[in-house]
Write a protein that binds this ligand. Structure first.
Ligand code: 13P
Ligand code: SF4
Length: 319
């Protein structure tokens, strides 16, 4: 089935009706397009999405984000139906860490604790001791003794950043996100010259040369909070450009400039996977209750432990 005769202007009403009929809730990541963020019941970063998915009493969760976010929601709420508008919405970072290769790496370091970024498949989480997001990675790493032997995967940029701010020497998996890897240092420097009062806000998935230019480094939610409380008027934002929607909404008089990619011929600061979801597909998936996230029960039984451990630690840390 497709969205048939429903016109774009009616989607808001139609989606609201379907949500009420089906006791469904819509959760969206900040990297979704503005129309999806505006229609969602909850908009947040990866940690917030996992926390909401664990707590909701809805029967259906429509997770407007990428596949690993849907998997995390399903693992935390297996009795609920978890839908993602486009199942092909993957993640280059998660793809950079195949479970079989990661298992070899983990097995070759048997006395190490395994910390995995949430941007991983359920199969990688099943090999993990504790999951982290960019909001809680530093605090969770800090919760281990200073001499603990730690593996961190899959993002080498986030891992390098956490090593630098905690003074650790965690063993890193060599993965990266195709969006955050390609911000241009030269173009950010040029923008800084053009807007000398602007602050650079960067996500820790960016390369260290970009982070070195940043006035503030944090998760999407942390960058948003910083942009609200900062007295500055202009911000150069080095993360997926979807976050600018909420930044601009929260601070209508401030100016937000997306950090440019190396390749000026592409919209490479947009995540091609995140952007597979559209409002039309959101409507269709809620109406058809498909496509649905399915996680193998044995994998889920192993993956739920490190995710729950992250949620417990985050609660203790007040995150
Ligand atoms: P956060 O939502 O944790 O900031 O992560 C960003 C991201 O890359 C999601 O894919
Ligand atoms: Fe994955 Fe990067 Fe897209 Fe985030 S922005 S979902 S890390 S590919």
């Amino acid at each position: 089935m497709n969205s048939g005769k429903v016109s774009k202007s009616n989607w808001t009403d139609e989606i609201a009706t379907l949500k009420a009929q089906k006791n469904a809730v819509i959760m969206a990541h900040y990297y979704q397009t503005g129309d999806i963020q505006d229609i969602a019941d909850y908009v947040g970063d990866s940690l917030a999405l996992a926390q909401w998915a664990a707590r909701t009493d809805a029967d259906i969760i429509v997770l407007c984000g990428v596949h690993f976010m849907g998997e995390t929601a399903k693992i935390l709420s297996p009795e609920k139906k978890v839908l993602v508008p486009d199942l092909a919405a993957g993640c280059s970072l998660a793809d950079s860490c195949p479970a079989d290769k990661f298992e070899e790496f983990v097995r070759s370091h048997p006395d190490y604790t395994v910390i995995s970024y949430v941007n991983t498949t359920a199969a990688v989480k099943a090999l993990t001791d504790v999951v982290v997001t960019s909001t809680n990675a530093k605090q969770i790493v800090d919760s281990f003794p200073p001499d603990a032997k730690l593996i961190f995967g899959p993002d080498r940029n986030l891992g390098n950043y956490i090593n630098a701010v905690t003074g650790r020497k965690m063993l890193l998996w060599d993965g990266a996100c195709h969006v955050h890897e390609q911000f241009s240092v030269e173009k950010i420097v040029a923008l800084k010259q053009q807007y000398p009062d602007a602050e650079v806000l960067a996500h820790p998935e960016c390369k260290s040369a970009v982070l070195a230019l940043a006035d503030y480094v944090g998760s999407t939610a942390a960058l948003l909070k910083y942009s609200i409380r900062s007295s500055k008027q202009t911000f150069i934002v080095a993360t997926e450009s979807g976050i600018l929607h909420e930044m601009q909404k929260q601070s209508p008089t401030k100016t937000f400039i997306p950090a440019p990619p190396n390749d000026s011929t592409c919209a490479c600061n947009e995540c091609s996977f995140m952007r597979l979801n559209t409002i039309e597909k959101l409507y269709d998936c809620l109406r058809n209750e498909s496509p649905e996230i399915v996680v193998d029960s044995e994998v889920a039984a192993k993956a739920v432990r490190p995710i729950r451990r992250m949620l417990e630690l985050s609660d203790q840390l007040g995150l």
